[in-house]
Design a binder for this molecule. Structure first.
Ligand code: PXL
Length: 264
């Protein structure tokens, strides 16, 4: 039987992040992927690689969800970049159209280089409408701080506190990623399942953030869940995959390199 996984996310035209990264991660982990595009991001090489963001019409998003979910029996979905409240409304409705074993939410508020202010209305809508439907959420340092309402996250204990606070918003599993933002030699993530805290730690590979790392992490978790893994082992596989992907990263003409999803 072929395992299938579904992703609802934005297109990132360079191929490093977004739905392009998600589908590569699915494929690399042996899962048949299908995707619904919520928005199109085209970096602008003439303007410091700024994000050009074009939302997809809500009716078209709804049609894509209808096509994917009618064509396949799906029980695991990843939610990536939604980008604006109108998109969040239609994705909320789409998710409520059926039961899900897992909804993995990568709460993309802003991507690298975007203004933090642009995220405010989207972050409120995401918290109110999508977080309660998620079974797994994978906030990075900035997203964890925003969603937990914390001034700063400077230590692993702070990250654990953030994960506990985000857990109260609905998701059964919170996997908060310290990435390169916490001091020290290791990239530390914490997994809180409502009872236990598990710390995932691996040596940092340089200090630079790499495009697509977060997308690949959540997509790999989704693929592993589609194959029947539990959340803890899915997170371990995902972390190993991102490590491989950062080690083997692709240099680009933009000021960031791109993760290459490679199964661990
Ligand atoms: O890496 C976050 C991200 C997710 N989804 C899309 C993006 C980005 C960052 O650029 O463009 C579509």
């Amino acid at each position: 039987m072929t395992n299938r996984a579904y992703v609802i996310a934005g297109s990132e035209a360079t191929g490093g992040a977004g739905i392009q990264a998600d589908l590569k991660a699915f494929q690399e982990l042996g899962v048949y992927g299908m995707g619904t595009i919520t928005c199109i991001v085209s970096f602008d090489p003439k303007n410091d690689w700024a994000h050009r963001f074009v939302p997809i019409d809500p009716g078209v998003i709804s049609d894509q969800i209808e096509a994917a979910t009618s064509c396949h029996d799906l029980d695991v979905v990843k939610i990536g970049m939604l980008g604006r409240p109108e998109t969040i409304d239609v994705v909320e409705q789409g998710l409520k159209g059926q039961e899900w074993r897992h909804v993995v939410l990568d709460p993309v508020l802003i991507c690298k280089g975007q203004e933090a202010g642009a995220a405010l209305d989207t972050d409120k809508a995401l918290t109110a409408q999508i977080l309660p439907l998620a079974t797994v959420i994978t906030p990075n340092h900035f997203e964890a701080r925003t969603l937990a309402g914390m001034e700063s996250i400077d230590t692993v204990d702070d990250l654990i506190e953030a994960a506990r606070r985000i857990h109260e918003l609905g998701p059964r599993h919170v996997i908060a990623k310290g990435g390169t933002e916490l001091p020290g030699p290791d990239a530390v993530d914490v997994h809180f399942d409502g009872e236990d805290v598990t710390v995932l730690s691996a040596p940092k590979i340089g200090q630079e953030r790499v495009s697509g790392a977060g997308c690949t992490f959540a997509a790999a978790i989704t693929a592993e869940l589609a194959k029947g893994a539990d959340v803890g082992s899915a997170a371990e596989t995902a972390k190993a995959m991102v490590r491989e992907g950062i080690t083997g990263r692709l240099a680009t003409h933009a000021p960031f390199s791109s993760v290459v999803p490679i199964a661990p």
